[in-house]
Design a protein around this ligand. Structure first.
Ligand code: C2E
Ligand code: CA
Ligand code: CA
Ligand code: CA
Length: 275
């Protein structure tokens, strides 16, 4: 039995969700010009040295109306209305700014991994614009890691594959994100010039429970070692997970155990992880 009060409460909640969705669609463009987007940075740790190898840039929308809006809530809408293209260039510029500030402060160049949407990759001027932005900041292309999800490659599309080859030829690192989810295609992976494989959090989680999943990761590592491809394990939340991944031979680790995605100000001070 629901009371009138409960109905009124559900009603308000539904109204809130509908309003938020509408706001996400209609206010996205102005939010970009009002500087409501920002990046957080999550370190990727070398399992042997415990030093920061790179940071992954993760976008947030700090809305004056709805507070922090997470990327899963607005990236799909941004892809639909193509705002992802401008948002993507904003992300790249902010990432380059971070590399420069990190260098000033720590006297060390750190790589930044940024997430690239399929829509961005399919823009004909994408490679040229990325090149000119990186050179404006006087950085090397090899300072940038472009994370591309597998799903994109499957439903496309030779042009996407050509773009990846172009980026690699220009010296960018290219990472296959979320590997192991959905339809893993080893063929896709090994016929393209990827420099890194990111094993999805769910696979890492499973490997803590089944020997099959552990064997699968060990197998991937062997394949990657032969081709000089880096392997990252995502979603490392516990010391046990960290130890297990290190024992199988994963060199790069990312997850809440080391750091949650941090503000630029905080991330500038992260150089190594103290066990
Ligand atoms: P992703 O690329 O797979 O990013 C990893 C997600 O896992 C991030 O969520 C991160 O905060 C979260 N994470 C990291 N470590 C842990 C952990 O130990 N445990 C758990 N449970 N989660 C962890 P976030 O920041 O909400 O981003 C979600 C997705 O949104 C990303 O998934 C990525 O696909 C997309 N995204 C984020 N930033 C951008 C961007 O600038 N451009 C585009 N196109 N997509 C982005
Ligand atoms: Ca990613
Ligand atoms: Ca991922
Ligand atoms: Ca993901």
């Amino acid at each position: 039995e629901h009371t009138d009060q409960q109905f009124a409460f559900f009603n308000e909640q539904i109204k809130h969700i509908v309003k938020k969705r509408l706001h996400i669609k209609t206010a996205m463009k102005s939010a970009l010009y009002n500087n409501e987007f920002l990046l957080k940075f999550q370190p990727i740790i070398q399992s042997k040295t415990k030093k920061v190898d790179s940071f992954e840039a993760l976008i947030r929308w700090d809305s004056p109306v709805f507070g922090e809006i997470m990327p899963d809530e607005f990236i799909p809408a941004a892809e639909q209305n193509l705002n992802i293209i401008d948002i993507g260039y904003f992300v790249l510029e902010q990432a380059c700014t971070f590399i420069c500030r990190y260098h000033e402060l720590n006297d060390r160049l750190v790589k930044i991994a940024i997430n690239i949407s399929g829509i961005q990759l399919l823009q004909h001027d994408f490679v040229d614009r990325v090149l000119s932005t990186v050179s404006q900041f006087m950085l090397n292309n090899s300072d940038i890691v472009l994370e591309i999800t597998e799903s994109l490659l499957l439903d496309s599309n030779n042009f996407a594959k050509e773009q990846i080859t172009r980026l690699r030829d220009k010296g960018f690192s290219v990472s296959m994100d979320d590997f192991g989810t959905g339809y893993s295609s080893l063929n896709n992976f090994f016929t393209l010039p990827f420099t890194q494989l990111k094993i999805d959090r769910q696979v890492v989680n499973q490997s803590m429970m089944t020997t099959e999943a552990r064997a699968y990761i060990a197998f991937l590592i062997q394949l990657c070692q032969n081709k000089d491809i880096e392997v990252v394990a995502e979603g490392i939340e516990t010391q046990e997970m960290s130890d297990a991944m290190k024992a199988i031979g994963v060199n790069l680790l990312q997850g809440y155990l080391f750091s949650k995605p941090a503000s630029a100000a905080d991330a500038l001070n992260i150089c190594e992880y103290k066990f």
